[in-house]
Design a protein around this ligand. Structure first.
Ligand code: 5GP
Ligand code: MN
Length: 345
């Protein structure tokens, strides 16, 4: 049995909307990851099974390693089909906002979502949700939005209507947001849910391979290169990796190729904090990805030094300046956080 994580009043409230709704739009964050696409498609399969007209819209493209997911071909990219997407958003009865806590996280789509008269529900696990939805299901203690989607569907009484395809999407989101159940994954109920998803016929081992073991040769060589350039800061239990635009083109970089790189330095004994700086190809900025193990609050550091945020162990931000400047800011941050980095956690 699962704990009733989501308040009953919210389940009842959403069920009322759901029963009356015909057109439902599901939106998720820019640079969609496995949980964004997994939770969105998990919900989409369920809505479709109930005869609703449902559409998933995300701000921009998602990585190739998620394209096998059932329903992914129907995901609408806002930056390519803005007019059609705007129409769907404006005409929706209900809009479900998944896996983001602030309207700016859906980029240019934000205005259309805010302007739509649709009823809006947020289903998310990031801290401090903004107040742009009538129903807010926000649970930072839950490791993925996909898990929340599973819990929501079950609590509405529709477990039996979850299809194998829907289960595959939910499983993918749970798996990717926990690094294949290697972090944020000590809640035993996760494994009860996996057991329930297995009962739907999913092949979890195959899903793992499809997501984590289908990279290109150039991606693996890029990884080798990035690691060869890595800087380790033993006095700070930290490591830094980076990737400039020039280096990206040298390795035929495609979107998603550096996915997961930031976690690798954490496999060094004694390293509890990892930073990845990547020059963006679209905007004139450096994307910051931070990861930690234990109690080191990389979200606090992200907010203080890189105008970002996120979770305790996984956060990010943006830096407008050169790579050298970004490195310097990172080193200043290390100095400031030295006591915490050296605390026995
Ligand atoms: P990633 O390193 O995978 O891009 O991001 C990890 C987490 O950090 C995301 O799930 C999100 O919570 C947070 N994050 C990443 N980039 C930003 C950002 O620019 N601003 C904020 N507030 N959070 C971010
Ligand atoms: Mn997530």
């Amino acid at each position: 049995m699962l704990t009733k994580v989501i308040e009953q009043s919210k389940i009842d409230h959403f069920t009322k909307w759901f029963d009356r709704a015909d057109k439902i739009v599901i939106v998720s964050h820019v640079g969609p990851d496995g949980d964004a696409i997994g939770s969105s498609l998990g919900l989409w399969h369920f809505f479709s099974s109930q005869g609703k007209t449902a559409n998933v819209i995300v701000p921009n493209a998602f990585p190739d390693f998620l394209k096998w997911m059932p329903g992914s071909k129907d995901v609408l990219l806002y930056d390519r089909y803005k007019e059609f997407a705007d129409k769907l958003i404006a005409e929706a009865d209900v809009i479900c906002c998944l896996d983001f806590n602030a309207i700016h996280r859906i980029d240019a789509m934000g205005d259309a979502v805010l302007a739509s008269p649709a009823r809006k529900i947020l289903i998310d696990h990031h801290l401090h949700p903004e107040d742009f939805c009538k129903i807010i299901i926000s649970h930072p203690e839950i490791s993925s939005t996909s898990e929340l989607v599973f819990r929501l569907i079950c609590r509405m009484g529709y477990f039996s209507d979850i299809s194998r395809e829907g289960a595959e999407c939910i499983y993918t989101g749970m798996m990717t947001d926990t690094g294949g159940f290697t972090y944020n994954s000590n809640n035993r109920e996760i494994y009860f849910i996996i057991s329930e998803l297995l009962s739907k016929g999913i092949d979890k081992d195959e899903i793992y391979r499809k997501v984590f073991n289908t990279y290109s040769e150039s991606r693996l060589r890029l990884m080798g290169y990035v690691l060869s350039q890595m800087k380790v800061y033993p006095d700070y239990h930290a490591a830094l990796i980076s990737l400039t635009k020039a280096e990206q083109s040298q390795f035929d970089y495609v979107r998603g190729d550096s996915e997961g790189f930031v976690n690798i330095p954490l496999s060094i004994k004694g390293v509890i904090f990892s930073c990845f700086l990547r020059e963006d190809t679209e905007k004139p900025m450096i994307k910051i990805s931070l990861r930690s193990v234990g109690t080191f609050p990389c979200n606090q550091l992200a907010a203080e030094f890189f105008g970002g945020g996120g979770h305790l162990n996984a956060s990010g931000g943006e830096f407008y300046g050169t790579m050298d400047e970004a490195r310097k800011v990172f080193e200043q941050a290390l100095e400031k956080y030295k006591p915490l980095l050296n605390a026995k956690g």
